[in-house]
Design a protein around this ligand. Structure first.
Ligand code: ZN
Length: 175
C-alpha cells in the first residue's frame, strides 16, 4: 500500500479503537497511530518515511529486504508489552499504544497487497491474503475504501453502544 493509504487506515483504526474505549481519544493519539502506520516501511528508501532517513532505510533494505522483519506482528506485540511493563496500562491506552496499533494496521493492510513476513520469527515466509491488490492500483483504492468503510462502521457501532447521541432541542427544531 502507499504511505497515504497506510496513514488513512492507521487513523481510522485509531478512531475505531477510541470509539471502543481501547484508546483514549486525543489529537496526539490519532497522530501517533498515523506515525506508527508509516514505521514498518522504514525498510525501504522508496517509502514516505524511508526516503527521509535513507542512511537507515538503505542499510535495512540491504540487510533484510523489504516487508520482512519490520513487517512482523511480533514487533508491535513486543513493543506494546514493553510499554505495558515499563509505563503501565494507562500509557498503552494513549500515545504509545496508538503507535503500536498504527504499526499493526500497516502489517494487516500489507497482507492483501503482496503480503509480508507477518509471523516472523515463527515463519519467514511471505504471508499474503486474498484478494491480491497491486500497490497504487485501482484494486488498492477499492480495498482502501472498503477498509475505511468497515472501520468507520465499527467506530459507529461502538460509539452507539456507549452513548446515544441526542441533538440539542434548538438544533433539532431547526432541522
Ligand atoms: Zn509495508
Amino acid at each position: 500500500m502507499t504511505g497515504r493509504s497506510h496513514m488513512l487506515i492507521g487513523a481510522a483504526t485509531a478512531i475505531a479503537a477510541c470509539a471502543g474505549h481501547w484508546l483514549v481519544f486525543s489529537p496526539a493519539t490519532i497522530f501517533a497511530a498515523i506515525f506508527g502506520s508509516l514505521l514498518p516501511d522504514l525498510d525501504t528508501e522508496r517509502s514516505m518515511l524511508g526516503c527521509r532517513v535513507r542512511w537507515l532505510s538503505r542499510r535495512f533494505a540491504a540487510a533484510f529486504g523489504h516487508r520482512t522483519v519490520t513487517h512482523s506482528f511480533f514487533v508491535p506485540l513486543v513493543g506494546a508489552l514493553m510499554v505495558w511493563h515499563f509505563e503501565g496500562l494507562a500509557a498503552l491506552r494513549g500515545f504509545w499504544g496508538a503507535i503500536w496499533l498504527g504499526y499493526a494496521s500497516h502489517i494487516a493492510a500489507d497482507l492483501p497487497t503482496g503480503g509480508c513476513w507477518a509471523l516472523y520469527p515463527l515463519s519467514n515466509r511471505r504471508l499474503a491474503f486474498w484478494p491480491y491488490a497491486r500497490t497504487g492500483g485501482i484494486q488498492e483504492a477499492v480495498l482502501l475504501m472498503i477498509s475505511l468503510g468497515l472501520l468507520m462502521a465499527l467506530a459507529f457501532v461502538w460509539t452507539g453502544q456507549v452513548q446515544h447521541v441526542h441533538l440539542p432541542r434548538n438544533i433539532a427544531s431547526m432541522a
